[in-house]
Design a protein around this ligand. Structure first.
Ligand SMILES: *Cc1c(COP(=O)(O)O)cnc(C)c1O
Length: 403
């Protein structure tokens, strides 16, 4: 086989479909978020970031930065090992206590990323529990899909957020078979929200465990930022709540929370946990400071929702095809991969506005979009400039306005 020819052919395929990914090189600026510098072939220029998953700007919060500096001065850079072999730092333990408290759970377990948390937990459960059937929402994130696939447990996919379909699948399964329902709270591409209470009702009725990915909700929903499960009063009904420390928390890492026994089980059998070095202590310290701040400051969540609502109204008033959701995510539909990429390029090059295009396979073909994530730090003036620029680009590319 001609190996390099193979690699090049694969890449050409992506390019001809308009799906080839080009990374935008930026440098985020402390105390100026969402402004950043972009590094181009022609030099450095100022841009406004509209697609960050640092949803609340906590990545630059003074409390978080101070906690990280302090921890580096105390402990140095890396953890020095896996949790089992010399890497179990005090800051990891404190962060797990903070996370258990956030989700009204008995225990929590840290992973090096949210991806690993999903993959390892689902893979471990599905592989270890004899005869376990996993019921998975059709729009679950790749990290859950891969975890379920690698567990080799039988998998049943229910239609997205469709409780009736989920029930029909649960009812058709052997009554005594162990069952696990895996789903998300806020789905990140459409910004819609799962009926958590109804899914918990079904889990009780059919004696199933539940696994809820709250990655796009922790820090942002609930009185203390415990996610949609906290907002809906469901935290204690879920078997596992999974989250990331890299989005609204603004730092890095992932976790699962649950009962003492279930978390001890993942800690003891999850290979993606056991065989990977612990996160740097300063990362754990920063995440803990961020969560502590977010627990005490509900007003940042109110401001976040207000900003999303204001942007939606401005886009609607300008006849731009915004998808209306109940969350902080504001998608604008383009419906074609090449033109979606082109729109994004024009916004960046001609208007200094950075919104990464979202194409297949992240979203279905025909629903390619610009996914906008306004934060509490985006101003009205920045929103007006965004709307003007979108209108200019829409006219230039002859894109569809709202129906
Ligand atoms: C980003 C994401 C993850 C992975 O979290 P990381 O900490 O970035 O690895 C898991 N689930 C969903 C739904 C996500 O969007």
């Amino acid at each position: 086989m001609h190996y390099s020819q193979f690699f090049e052919d694969q890449i050409s395929g992506l390019k001809s479909e308009g799906r080839y990914r080009v990374f935008t090189e930026i440098m985020r600026r402390v105390s100026h978020f969402p402004e950043a510098a972009q590094f181009t072939g022609q030099g450095i220029r100022d841009i406004v970031v509209w697609c960050s998953n640092d949803y609340l700007g906590m990545g630059q919060h003074p409390d978080v930065i101070a906690a990280m500096h302090e921890a580096i001065d105390l402990c140095g850079a890396g953890a020095g090992g896996t949790r089992n072999i010399s890497g179990n730092n005090r800051f990891h333990v404190l962060l797990e206590q903070e996370l258990a408290d956030l989700h009204d759970a008995e225990a929590a377990l840290l992973f090096t990323s949210g991806y690993t948390a999903n993959m390892t937990t689902l893979m471990t459960l599905g592989a270890a529990i004899p005869g376990c059937i996993i019921f998975s929402d059709s729009q679950n994130h790749n990290s859950m899909i891969e975890g379920i696939r690698h567990s080799r447990a039988p998998r049943q996919i229910f239609r997205h957020n469709d409780v009736a379909h989920l029930e029909s699948l649960l009812a058709a399964a052997p009554i005594n078979a162990p069952k696990l329902i895996a789903f998300e709270s806020v789905y990140s591409m459409d910004g819609d929200i799962a009926p958590i209470a109804k899914i918990c009702d079904l889990a009780e009725k059919y004696n199933a465990m539940t696994f809820l990915d709250e990655v796009h909700a922790v820090g942002m929903y609930g009185a203390h930022g415990g996610g949609v499960s906290e907002r809906d009063g469901q935290s204690s009904r879920l078997t596992f709540i999974q989250g990331t420390l890299a989005k609204a928390i603004g730092v890095h890492g992932g976790y699962v929370a649950g009962s003492r026994a279930s978390i001890d089980f993942i800690r003891s059998f999850g290979q993606g946990f056991i065989f990977s070095s612990a996160m740097p202590p300063a990362v754990a310290a920063g995440a803990r400071a961020s969560i502590q701040y977010l627990k005490r400051h509900p007003e940042i969540r109110d401001r976040h929702q207000e900003r999303a609502e204001t942007l939606r109204r401005k886009l609607q008033a300008a006849d731009l095809p915004v998808i209306i959701t109940d969350s902080h995510i504001v998608p604008v539909l383009v419906g074609d991969a090449t033109r979606c990429k082109k729109a994004s390029d024009l916004l960046l090059e001609e208007h200094g506005i950075y919104i990464q295009p979202i194409n297949y396979p992240t979203v279905p073909r025909g629903s390619e979009r610009l996914r906008i994530t306004p934060t509490p730090l985006h101003t009205d003036a920045q929103m007006d400039a965004l709307v003007d620029s979108l209108q200019t680009v829409w006219a230039k590319l002859d894109l569809k306005m709202s129906a």
